[in-house]
Design a protein around this ligand. Structure first.
Ligand code: GMT
Length: 375
């Protein structure tokens, strides 16, 4: 099948899922065309089945806002015609589903009929899409997609609650190639990060308010008062400076390393003992799944789809949003001795297997067939 994948090419979860999906589909023999404004960050692989088409929006002084959706829908039309693309899979409703729908309509004028699959990732629904500025356009494009998927049951419920949806929504969870995460590093270089007796705790995100990174610092502060530990903060975002200030205020800046964005996530997770994700909202929590696949237990909030990923008392523990005391107590319960930690590490890895690429990607293939039947 020839499939166009439209996504955000950044470090965000939706872009990562879209990229990994394209790579997995290409490995299964499909011809994949990524159409976006930059090469996706995780798209390193060169394969005859993977193409990348850049959407460019030339600056024009008349426009206060450069019309990306227009450029994207025109690019989609041109690429569908040039490569004989048969299906559009757009990740993130805004503005991709809207641009995809416009492309479909333009193609219909030329008697070319292709289905569109829209995958909802979370922030496009719960944080941004729900705003009155966008809501009518988001509702419209969801309802006009041949197939709509959401990354968790929880996000499906949110979508049905917040929007007037007439379409069916199929849940297809985030996924991970578990075998690829079987630790490929023989030497983790743990010594570069921490002393031998220190536990290593990691948080990875875009450091936006929704991630509650101040809670990460609060939890770590409580942990480091009881046991030797280091905190590794990975990512860039608006809360970073406030986080650094909080570490300085608490006098723990020597124990917290801010690494910025990284393309070596697996390496970092390789020497990590515990992952923290105390988010305010999280439709799925791909970062938690990545940690689990690397054998890292997770302390998370119980918001959104996190309870569908992190298994209470097995892969880690979940607490109410903001309950940093309980999160710290649970973290210490996991980290207290090597035997308990090893047990949780094993269980986290096991729990991640449910979301293995080979179990999840075929679900998308089935839905592509369903989309074809609808045109
Ligand atoms: O919050 C992020 O890390 C980025 C965000 C995005 O829009 O790309 O991630 C969302 O999509 C991911 C992939 O489906 C999910 O795993 C994340 O839980 C979701 N983020 C939120 O719901 C806040």
């Amino acid at each position: 099948m020839k499939i166009a994948i439209v996504c955000y090419p950044t470090f965000g979860g939706s872009g990562v899922v879209a990229t990994e999906l394209g790579i997995a589909l290409a490995e299964r023999g499909h011809e994949i065309h990524f159409i976006t404004y930059n090469q996706p960050v995780r798209l390193e692989l060169v394969s005859h089945n993977i193409h990348y088409h850049e959407v460019t929006v030339p600056d024009y002084p008349l426009f206060h806002y450069q019309p990306y959706e227009l450029a994207l829908s025109s690019k989609l039309v041109n690429m569908v015609k040039l490569y004989g693309i048969e299906l559009l899979h757009v990740h993130y409703a805004i503005p991709h589903a809207y641009a995809g729908y416009m492309a479909k309509k333009m193609l219909e004028e030329e008697n070319i009929y292709i289905p569109m699959v829209t995958t909802l990732h979370g922030t496009d629904i719960t944080l941004v899409g729900n705003h009155p500025f966008y809501k009518p356009a988001v509702t419209f494009s969801i309802n006009k997609s041949e197939v709509v998927t959401s990354v968790s049951e929880s996000l499906k419920e949110d979508t049905l609650r917040l929007f007037d949806i007439t379409n069916e929504i199929d849940v297809v969870p985030n996924f991970i190639d578990v075998a690829k995460h079987d630790n490929p590093y023989t030497e983790c270089q743990r010594d570069l990060m921490a002393d031998k007796d220190e536990r290593i705790i990691t948080h990875i995100s875009n450091l936006r308010p929704v991630k509650r990174v101040m809670d990460v610092i609060e939890i770590f502060d409580r942990i480091q008062k009881k046991i030797p530990a280091k905190l590794i903060m990975v990512g860039e975002g608006p809360e970073k400076e406030a986080c650094e200030a909080l570490c300085a205020k608490k006098g723990i800046q020597e124990k917290v390393l801010f690494l910025g964005n990284s393309s070596e996530i697996n390496k970092i997770l390789c020497f990590t003992d515990l992952f923290l994700l105390p988010s305010e909202k999280e439709s799925f929590g791909l970062a938690a799944l990545e940690a689990m696949a690397c054998g890292v237990p997770v302390i998370s909030s119980n918001t959104g789809g996190l309870a569908e990923v992190n298994v209470q008392g097995v892969s880690g523990y979940l607490s109410d949003v903001g309950n940093v005391d309980e999160m710290a107590t649970n973290a210490l319960q996991i980290l207290k001795d090597d035997k308990t930690l090893a047990q949780f590490k094993k269980q986290a890895k096991e729990a991640s297997r449910k979301f293995d690429t080979k179990n999840v990607v075929p679900l998308y293939e089935t839905l592509y067939e369903k989309a074809f039947q609808k045109i």
